[in-house]
Design a protein around this ligand. Structure first.
Ligand code: ATP
Length: 538
């Protein structure tokens, strides 16, 4: 913020520094109060427009993540710190640029004010005052000059001790089994920070010039998700999913690995931070067809996006990496299992605790897997997500803000059915998902199968309450290999059978029974009140 002593000096100054016409227009609309005039110049606010106003602390970020993501404590912590530091760095960079611009502006302004003071003094000596400077007196001009000098010296000393210090970029690599929450973590962070995000599947990418998508497509998607706002794009998050699929292959000598190593090479520049020029067709809806109907047209436009402030989060399951890590550690640690099953290897640490082998991943392991050292070097923050255990899967069904069970209960509520699922049933569902080895991703599929028949039967049928208990899940298990046999044994109740509904729920899940009891008590109390009020109003 720049303080000016008078509207005159402010307007004059802005006119002198602004070369482009729109700025001149802004200058004339500035509102300045004469006492302690503050020109909230749009010039400085434009510098700040791509700054995150308040970055939540790592602790706050983690507690936000806790509301949506079950387990993965280490991953959440690492990511919270990395993201916090990344945006501190982004803001610091912007503050420095802004400070440089301010210095230039203040220096220019000082020059102008000195000139003015000179003219004023000459006028006084001549005994007359020129019209254009009539409301500036000597004392005010001196005050203004002093104020500007103070501001300039503040700006000059602002980064005095740290002017050679440049914080380097910290992209993140997250390894972890499929369905453990890697993408969910990144998208939740973007939502908390209110920054745009794009997710690109690396298996679609190829080296420029070959059939497939060029690496720049990830920036193009981010730009689209940021509504073509360059400033917003430049502080967004890009997730490069399935990065492990880009591992170098030991193909026959002389053949080019255009979808593996070639893509890794192409990613280096954008990961490090470079301006990337994109020519894309931007939709414009101001075109009309020959019948006068408005149609969505497309206009080719070129955007230059600087990737230095974009946070890249690379994710991948790295199948087999856990076995390689366990093998490496076998000399000094004891690997629990040494078989080829789909379970992630666990390692017993010296202190006796167990951890997934993936959480002990090092850059060397990644290089042996097939990532090129230059890429690994550009992703200094490395973290691993743990395979989800049965209890985690159970919690995922029930606890997060966007819990799967809440989503289904809500759908059923839309067609007037109260859905209740016992804890025993949820445990059996978690067990099934664990056996499938698809992590939390499998939970939704199981729920879909389980509720298909119920969902088919209930709407507009007179059924008001549905109970899913362990018998229901067992009946699904019986039909496990038969996709057409969806006739699961759910319990259905009509409006008059609410007591049976609560009683059956109590039988398998006492807590659920209590919850239903109090739910129906409250509901009937509300209904009673509504009835009474209705009577009173008659
Ligand atoms: N830790 C978790 N807490 C809550 N929900 C989770 C968790 N992990 C996964 N989920 C659920 O599973 C779904 C799939 O998770 P996500 O896409 O994040 O997996 P991923 O690790 O990226 O898998 P992939 O490697 O296959 O892409 C999410 O939409 C979410 O509903």
């Amino acid at each position: 913020m720049i303080r000016f002593q008078s509207k005159y000096s402010c307007k004059n100054y802005l006119m002198s520094v602004c070369k482009n016409a729109t700025w001149k227009q802004h200058c004339s609309s500035l509102i300045i109060t004469r006492s302690n005039s503050v020109a909230s110049s749009k010039l400085s606010s434009s510098c700040l427009s791509n700054k995150l106003n308040k970055i939540p602390t790592p602790k706050k970020l983690k507690s936000f993540l806790d509301e949506y993501i079950i387990g993965q404590d280490v991953g959440k912590k690492v990511l919270s710190v990395a993201v916090y530091n990344h945006y501190l760095r982004v803001n610091d960079k912007l503050k420095r640029t802004e400070s440089e611009k301010r210095k230039e502006m203040l220096e220019e302004q000082l020059k102008i004010e000195k000139e003015r003071l000179k003219v004023l003094q000459e006028d006084r000596e001549d005994g007359g005052i020129k019209t254009e400077t009539k409301y500036l007196d000597d004392t005010e001009a001196r005050h203004g000059l002093r104020n500007l000098e103070l501001q300039l010296s503040f700006e000059k000393n602002r980064f005095a001790g740290d002017c050679d210090l440049e914080l380097s970029k910290s992209n993140v690599l997250m390894v972890g089994p499929s369905g453990s929450g890697k993408t969910l973590l990144a998208t939740t962070l973007a939502r908390i920070l209110d920054v745009p995000i794009s997710i690109t599947d690396c298996t679609q990418l190829t080296q420029a010039g070959y059939i497939g998508e060029d690496v720049e497509v990830c920036i193009e998607r981010l730009l689209i998700n940021a509504d073509y706002d360059i400033a917003k794009t430049e502080r967004g998050i890009i997730v490069l999913d399935e990065i492990d699929k880009l591992a170098k292959t030991n193909g026959s000598p002389g053949t080019k690995d255009v979808s593996g190593e070639g893509v890794q090479q192409a990613l280096l520049k954008i990961l490090e931070g470079h301006p990337v020029s994109l020519t894309i067709k931007k939709p414009v809806n101001n075109e009309k067809d020959k019948n006068g109907n408005r149609v969505m047209g497309k206009k080719e436009e070129t955007f230059v996006i600087d990737t230095s402030n974009i946070l890249f989060i690379l994710t991948g399951a790295f199948v087999g990496l856990d076995k390689a890590i366990a093998k490496r550690l076998r000399g000094n640690e004891k690997a629990l299992s040494d078989n080829d099953n789909i379970d992630i290897e666990e390692i017993v640490l010296k202190n006796g605790s167990k951890t997934s082998a993936l959480s002990l991943v090092t850059p060397t392991d990644l290089a042996s897997f097939g990532l090129i050292p230059e890429l690994i070097g550009r992703v200094p923050v490395l973290t691993a997500l743990e395979p989800l255990k049965k209890q985690d899967l159970f919690n995922i069904l029930k606890e997060p803000k966007n819990a799967i069970l809440n989503q289904y209960s809500y759908i059923f509520k839309q067609f007037g059915v109260k859905l209740a699922v016992t804890d025993e049933a949820l445990k059996s569902i978690s067990q099934l998902a664990l056996q499938n080895g698809t992590g939390a991703r499998g939970l939704r599929g199981i729920m879909e199968k389980l509720l298909l028949d119920v969902n088919f039967n209930c709407p507009e049928s007179g059924i008001k309450y549905v109970l899913i208990n362990s018998k229901t899940v067992n009946s699904l298990k019986e039909h496990e290999n038969n996709l057409s046999a969806t006739n699961v044994k759910a319990q259905y109740y009509s409006r008059g059978q609410v007591d049976d509904f609560i009683h059956d729920a109590y039988e398998e899940d006492h807590k659920l029974g209590l919850e239903l009891d109090s739910f129906f008590n409250i509901t009937s109390a509300i209904e009673g009140k509504k009835r009474d009020e209705g009577l009173n109003s008659i």
